[in-house]
Design a protein. Structure first.
Ligand SMILES: *[C@@H]1O[C@H](CO)[C@@H](O)[C@H](O)[C@H]1NC(C)=O
Ligand SMILES: *[C@@H]1O[C@H](CO)[C@@H](O)[C@H](O)[C@H]1NC(C)=O
Ligand SMILES: *[C@@H]1O[C@H](CO)[C@@H](O)[C@H](O)[C@H]1NC(C)=O
Length: 450
């Protein structure tokens, strides 16, 4: 049985709830319970967003559901590769558009966790796509399927450009094609009016490659993006499950957000796979006063990632004494990284203060890469101290209990030093509506949104 999460119960949770929340999203109920909160009625492009595996997924995967350990590991690898790209290594940036994840994790990439359903072409064909804030080029698998390698199995029909009245392929000499830069597969003799070939490289030598195209993208019956630029993929060995493609919501010029009139989007990642979240494209219709807002900072030299400036942490209402300089590099807000990674000094301060507040619970051995774990099954209610992240301009984001404790452990990690970029991961973001207001250069957090 999955208990309903009490929205306003902040600091004390009973053990069964804690177990259900903590033991990862994968162990949720077999039934989709839908939205937990009512949806603002006048939303623009509002789409249900669901965990890729689990009962709410529009295309439940038949393959092995990744273990908690695999999800956490792929999250750490994603954080590392984001940092490598941000570290100014041009070579690393050249190597991949997205991030490197070893194929030993199989094709169920734990860090690509959330999907939405959109319509592509005229008439619109339903496509179930991964939502990713860490990349800029969107793509779907297209006909004709490559020979001899077949199209991967997907739930929805494979998109057929020939069946769409609004489809067109960019030519090699088009501005859109030249704008792909290093993502243009120019080495195959692409020139003049021949179709533009794009390539997006992923980890371990896999890639999505095909024809750079445009077509109408229908987000909701009332909201469409004409001439949406995306890759018609003819080889995408990475995602050999039922997912049809990927919608890229990065900050770069090629992403869906950059192609929309309203340069803003928001999402709410659901607390478990048994609940639905949402994705809003355009400015959400929720009053901006309901968001805690902090300026968006550019981070590294890579426009893809959205940066914020963390400045402090409070535990049980007390601000920890952390020198501001350790936060100077800034942090990336990422939908695909699992656990938030803090500068080493900040992590140690949090760990010490949290452990002190949790002294009534025996500490247990480290697990899954977490080093601060407790035995919470000592009966009765589990009392957690409140934990808040304080961002630039005093934006104080009080975390949901599911963003404080994960699998019985303090749900944070360290970057390993005080100079690396931090990452705000999805465990801490769940249940918040996270707003990326690119036009207004702000990031907002609205608690209890899903
Ligand atoms: C990035 O650079 C900083 C400073 O040079 C270094 O401490 C850190 O380990 C680097 N991180 C990665 C992931 O390469
Ligand atoms: C892209 O993937 C295909 C299929 O796995 C492979 O044959 C090709 O060499 C890859 N291309 C690059 C440039 O990595
Ligand atoms: C947690 O505490 C309970 C009750 O004291 C005990 O039965 C259980 O073995 C402990 N679990 C671990 C992992 O230490």
């Amino acid at each position: 049985m999955i208990p309903v999460w009490p929205l306003l119960l902040l600091f004390s949770i009973s053990s069964p709830i804690a177990d259900a929340t903590r033991s990862s999203l994968m162990k949720s109920n077999a039934v989709c319970s839908g939205q937990r909160v009512s949806i603002p009625s006048s939303s623009g492009a509002w789409l249900p967003l669901n965990h890729r595996h689990g009962p709410c997924s529009p295309s439940p995967s038949s393959e092995r559901i990744p273990s908690t350990a695999d999800v956490l590991l792929s999250g750490r690898l994603r954080a590392d590769s984001i940092r490598r790209r941000l570290n100014g290594s041009a070579a690393a940036a050249e190597r991949s558009d997205v991030v490197t994840v070893p194929t030993t994790l199989g094709t169920s990439l734990g860090n690509y966790e959330y999907v939405v359903t959109v319509g592509l072409g005229t008439p619109a064909v339903t496509q179930t796509v991964i939502m990713d804030t860490g990349s800029d080029v969107s793509w779907v698998q297209c006909r004709p399927c490559p020979v001899p390698a077949p199209c991967h199995v997907q739930k929805d029909p494979v998109f057929d450009p020939a069946g769409s009245a609004t489809y067109s392929a960019f030519s090699c000499s088009s501005t859109a094609c030249l704008g792909l830069g290093r993502r243009r597969a120019a080495s195959n003799g692409c020139s003049g009016s021949s179709p533009c070939q794009y390539i997006v490289k992923y980890g371990a030598g896999s890639n999505s490659t095909g024809t750079y195209s445009s077509d109408k993208l229908t987000l909701t019956p009332a909201y469409a993006v004409d001439g949406f630029r995306f890759g018609c993929s003819h080889a995408d060995p990475l995602f050999s499950d039922l997912t049809d493609g990927l919608i890229a919501l990065g900050g770069g010029s090629l992403s869906l957000v950059s192609q929309m009139a309203e340069k803003a989007f928001s999402y709410c990642l659901p607390p478990t796979a048994s609940h639905s979240g949402f994705l809003t494209l355009g400015v959400p219709r929720v009053s901006s006063s309901r968001f805690v807002v902090t300026p968006m900072h550019s981070i590294g030299n890579i426009k893809t990632y959205y940066g914020v400036l963390l400045q402090g942490i409070t535990v049980a209402g007390r601000r920890l004494g952390i020198p501001p300089s350790v936060f100077a590099a800034g942090s990336v807000v990422d939908s695909g990284t699992v656990v938030t990674e803090l500068p080493l000094t900040a992590y140690r301060a949090l760990q010490a203060a949290f452990t002190k507040e949790m002294r009534m619970y025996p500490q247990v051995a480290p697990k899954n890469g977490f080093d601060t774990c407790f035995n919470l099954t000592t009966g009765g209610e589990v009392k957690l101290p409140s934990v808040a992240l304080v961002f630039d301009r005093g934006a104080t984001v009080e975390l949901d209990p599911s963003g404080i404790i994960f699998d019985g452990c303090l749900a944070f990690a360290s970057t390993g030093d005080d100079t690396s970029f931090g990452i705000i991961g999805n465990v801490q973001q769940r249940t918040f509506e996270v707003l990326y207001d690119i036009a207004g250069q702000a990031v907002g957090f609205r608690r209890g949104a899903c």
